[in-house]
Design a binder for this molecule. Structure first.
Ligand code: GRG
Length: 329
């Protein structure tokens, strides 16, 4: 698991005498505690590198380990905690969304999609293993995710879990967003289309992760809806930050050369609305996310984790400043 570097200018020391602890440290502490348990679940689920067919299994493992920030599985665990869940296999449930996310990255990088050579600072899956193996590795990760959900779903609830996750990634969600995203390349798109692309392509899997964690906690449908709506606001903010990073970040920060969205003439927040307005949207979506986290009604200490997560995402962006944190802290 690669820690989020949080290199933005707004990072604050936490717990200085007389000042309240920075909420980001609440998120860091949560990630430090839960991260290893997510890694252990992933190791338990993935076939070993010597298991036949070795090529596909190695490609799957190459993409999952060391992996990225693990935000989606952390959100599954966080939502489960918010609603007082006691499901003993929650880290396996959380691992399933990381498998799905990894699948989406492999396919997103393919020549027929974004045609990227780098991911997380090293060769993309198809560059390292060839296109056919990359497609199969992605397919296998997706299937493994649902096989795992089916296996661990208890008391007949697995069907709801599968439905929530599949709903988030189907044509109404990630696949739909990806399709619209590819269609919009090189075209002028309006802000409604832009918002729709990012709500589906990026925010839907965050919402699905929160819904899964809430369902695993056995919380009522209303809670599932509230958790998913935090995921939507957070996901929109996350995508604006990702767009700004693609434009302004360093190779070290984004794991690939900057400006790939410009080269492909992607519909991004900066390309459609401009950089300054994008920072405005980032703040607006994050304020909305924090308000929605507060509405979840979990313990105050858990709310601080959500807030810290929101701040951490914003602070990755080079132009983010402490001034922009008004209303978030
Ligand atoms: C059925 C899930 C599914 C997908 C099929 C290929 C495809 C259709 C969709 C691509 C979706 C995609 C890759 C969206 C981009 C989302 C995004 C900003 C990813 C980066 O997330 P991070 O920064 O990644 O959390 P790390 O590297 O930390 O894991």
């Amino acid at each position: 698991m690669i820690p989020m570097s949080g290199s933005g200018g707004a990072r604050r020391e936490s717990g200085r005498r007389g000042s309240p602890p920075d909420p980001q440290s609440a998120f860091e502490a949560f990630a430090t505690r839960q991260g290893p348990r997510i890694e252990e679940a992933l190791r338990g689920i993935l076939p070993g590198p010597r298991t036949s067919p070795r090529g596909v299994h190695r490609a799957m493992r190459y993409m999952v380990f060391p992996g990225g920030k693990r935000l989606r599985p952390l959100m599954v665990v966080l939502a489960h905690r918010t609603f007082g869940g006691r499901f003993p296999r929650i880290h396996e449930a959380a691992a399933t969304v990381e498998l799905i996310h990894t699948f989406s990255l492999i396919h997103d990088d393919l020549p027929c999609m974004d045609d990227d050579d780098f991911r997380r600072g090293r060769a993309t899956c198809h560059k390292a293993f060839g296109e056919a193996t990359a497609v199969l590795a992605g397919d296998a990760l997706l299937v493994l995710a649902f096989e795992t959900l089916g296996r661990i779903g208890r008391n007949g609830r697995g069907g709801r879990w599968v439905e929530a996750v599949a709903g988030a990634i189907g044509t109404a969600g990630v696949i739909g967003g990806q399709s619209l995203d590819l269609d919009s390349e090189g075209k002028r798109v309006g802000r409604d289309v832009l918002a729709d692309i990012h709500r589906r392509k990026t925010a839907a899997l965050f919402s699905g992760s929160l819904a899964l964690g809430t369902l695993c906690a056995g919380a009522p449908d209303a809670a599932v809806g509230r958790a998913a709506s935090f995921g939507e606001s957070f996901g929109k903010a996350f995508q604006v930050a990702d767009d700004l990073l693609n434009l302004e970040g360093s190779f070290r920060e984004i794991g690939r050369p900057r400006g790939t969205d410009l080269v492909r003439r992607k519909a991004t927040y900066p390309s459609v609305l401009g950089v300054e307005a994008s920072y405005g949207h980032l703040r607006r979506f994050l304020r909305e996310a924090v308000a929605r986290a507060a509405a979840l009604g979990g313990p105050a200490a858990v709310f601080e984790i959500y807030r810290g997560l929101c701040l951490k995402v914003a602070r990755r962006v080079p132009g983010w400043t402490p001034m922009m944190e008004r209303g978030l802290r």
